[in-house]
Design a protein around this ligand. Structure first.
Ligand code: FAD
Length: 286
């Protein structure tokens, strides 16, 4: 874990681009509340294949302009052509965007198997570097518990190294609830000579069904003791919120003690769950 301790801590929040007017108004309130914490940046997800292209662009530019906080679009290559990606990247550059969360993405079911011109996130990192040099800080995804489609943990680590070698600046992990998975991942990266900040993606626990659904999709393991408790209280949102806050605050405390260089909160466009963990840890003063 030694390599991570030299990085300055950074804390950020992720949103999705709202679909409805009500969602847009709600996100305006959420981002104002979270902006008060002066995070390192906000980020806005992207529907692979371009399904949220305009909404992601509008949301990113609007948040950066209205809060003054650096805002990063997520951008995936699956299903998009080089030309579409080039246009979007240049549009972001022209509009003062300086960071991109660079991904392969997963096409929504029903969009066929078309995979676009760039196959992997490492290809997209290389493409953005070719097009815009060092202009962007490029974040990539990391999977301490292994990406669900990877042939093996070793193959996934090599794929991760390919993104770093292509020019990634730092990484954000898939969420997890086992500190050891992160510790072993960081140690493996160190042995492979990977030396970029490995920031931890944090998913607050607030709802049984949503957490199970997301975790089944992305391969995040929910330890049995956590699953059992939230299953037993699946309709008691107060219990889950309180229990989830305690569990995730404890997880973050252990990660900070180990030397994790920061957290990226998957807010799901809600203020309270991420904010209470932030306040419990006094992240504004770290
Ligand atoms: P890659 O790094 O390309 O890896 C994908 C798979 O291919 C892995 O199994 C890897 O081991 C394998 N692989 C990579 N390179 C090679 C190679 N050269 N040869 C063989 N195998 C290889 N999804 C969205 O659609 N929109 C979002 O906004 C979004 N935001 C995310 C943010 C974060 C922080 C994270 C962690 C994930 C996010 N995702 C998002 C999900 C992500 O798109 C999926 O996990 C996707 O399946 C993989 O994307 P990747 O960038 O990790 O792909």
């Amino acid at each position: 874990m030694e390599s991570q301790k030299k990085y300055k801590s950074r804390f950020s929040f992720e949103f999705f681009p709202p679909k409805t007017d009500v969602g847009v108004q709600k996100l305006k309130v959420v981002r104002e509340q979270l902006a008060e914490k002066n995070p390192a940046f906000f980020s806005v997800t992207y529907g692979a294949g371009g399904s949220t292209r305009d909404r992601t662009v509008d949301t990113v530019l609007d948040i950066q302009k209205s809060t003054g906080i650096s805002t990063a679009p997520h951008l995936s290559c699956v299903g998009d052509s080089r030309e579409q990606l080039r246009e979007l990247i240049q549009h972001y550059k022209k509009n003062g965007i300086e960071r991109i969360v660079t991904l392969r993405g997963d096409l929504p079911s029903g969009m066929g198997a078309s995979s676009g011109e760039l196959k992997y996130a490492s290809d997209l990192v290389a493409f953005i570097r070719e097009e815009t040099g060092d202009h962007f800080h490029l974040e990539v995804a990391a999977y301490p518990e292994m990406h669900p489609q990877a042939a093996s943990m070793d193959a996934d680590l090599l794929a991760f190294k390919a993104k770093v070698d292509a020019g990634a600046s730092s990484a954000i992990t898939q969420y997890f609830y086992s500190v050891d998975s992160y510790k072993f991942f960081v140690d493996s990266c160190e042995k492979m000579g990977i030396d970029i900040p490995l920031v931890v993606g944090i998913m607050p626990i607030t709802n049984h069904d949503n957490l199970m659904r997301f975790s089944n999709m992305c391969g995040a393991e929910i330890p049995r003791w956590i699953r059992t408790r939230i299953e037993n209280h699946s309709t008691d949102l107060d219990y889950i919120t309180k229990f989830g806050e305690e569990v995730v605050t404890g997880l973050c405390e252990q990660l900070l003690d180990l030397g994790a260089p920061g957290f990226h909160f998957y807010t799901l466009n809600q203020t309270e769950p991420s904010l209470s963990i932030w306040n419990n840890l006094d992240l504004s003063n770290r």
